[in-house]
Design a binder for this molecule. Structure first.
Ligand SMILES: [Zn+2]
Length: 310
């Protein structure tokens, strides 16, 4: 049997105290209401990955609920140092986009699946990953979700659009057709038998989109959590600071050798439109957002210039 905590969660909320004093959860503070009752403990999200892993070793959880970026950091430590969470059965993620790279890291580190939940502070859970697939079922009993194109028409399956939500049970502060700033893609009905509508994927936020000088937007992917490519990089973030310039912010033990920088530059530029330039900037750390989230890519060209909603 595992130790005291069957469920471990990371949280940015004030009651989530820092290592080594984590909070036990009961009643309304229980973070893992999606699963059967059981003991749970919470640690603040701002502790280092090393401190979080030491704490998790003490707790020996069966389930770990955290942001994908933290799951990736923990998994990379475990891959480098060996698995010390022998009881772990599943990683549950929320708060950020769960990428295929993070799923692969969880499988490599612990041989467990990562299961994602799509939620927002304003309306709570929006869609949960299907137990049999990697797509999501919209929680249609509690929230009406529309995926709309540029003409405010519903998107077809496979078409990416803006997420617009209407909360069905919030009588204190009704939210009607509220635009979250996220993008997602509807999917075909699921073969699992659940009748709830499907989201094929949740793509991310407008502020995390690259914008070209012509005004086109998309989410760049750099494979930033690939352990083979980025073994010597503890943290990295890419920021678009001009229409043709991306800054790669790296946290490393030492400045990368020129050959490695050149290789990384070639890889990153191959994933950007032609004509882009890349600068390197070495940092002590890359801060999380006010909500404790971590962003792989952020567009720092002001929204009033690019016409974005955030
Ligand atoms: Zn399903």
């Amino acid at each position: 049997m595992p130790g005291t905590g069957a469920i471990c969660a990371a949280s940015w909320r004030p009651y989530a105290t820092a290592f080594p004093r984590a909070s036990s959860n009961t009643g309304e503070r229980r973070p893992a209401a999606l699963v059967a009752d059981g003991p749970s403990v919470v640690l603040g999200v701002r502790d280092s990955a090393q401190a979080q892993l030491r704490w998790l070793e003490q707790q020996q959880p069966e389930y770990l609920m955290t942001y994908p970026s933290i799951a990736a950091e923990l998994a990379k430590l475990v891959i480098a140092e060996g698995n010390r969470l022998a009881h772990l059965r599943e990683v549950r993620t929320l708060g950020e986009v769960l990428t295929p790279e993070v799923r692969a890291l969880c499988r490599q580190a612990w041989a467990v699946p990562a299961t994602d939940a799509y939620s927002a502070e304003e309306v709570g859970y929006i869609a949960l990953q299907c137990p049999q697939h990697e797509h999501y079922h919209i929680q249609a009993e509690g929230v009406l979700v529309e995926i709309l194109d540029d003409e405010d028409q519903p998107c077809a399956p496979g078409q990416l659009g803006r997420v617009v939500v209407t909360s069905l049970h919030n009588f204190a502060l009704p939210l009607i057709r509220y635009e979250l700033g996220d993008y997602a893609e509807p999917g075909e009905p699921c073969a699992c038998g659940r009748g709830l509508p499907v989201l094929r994927r949740v793509a991310g936020r407008v502020r995390n989109m690259l914008v070209t000088a012509a005004g086109e937007r998309y989410w760049p992917t750099f494979g930033t959590r690939s352990p083979a490519l980025y073994a010597s990089i503890r943290q990295c973030q890419f920021a678009q600071i001009e229409y043709d310039l991306v800054e790669a912010r790296l946290v490393t033990a030492a400045v990368l050798p020129a050959a490695q920088e050149d290789g990384l530059r070639a890889l990153i530029l191959s994933r950007l439109p032609p004509g882009f330039r890349l600068n390197f900037a070495y940092r002590e750390e890359i801060a999380r957002s006010a909500g404790g989230k971590y962003e792989d890519f952020v567009c720092e060209i002001p929204a009033r210039v690019t016409g974005g909603s955030r």
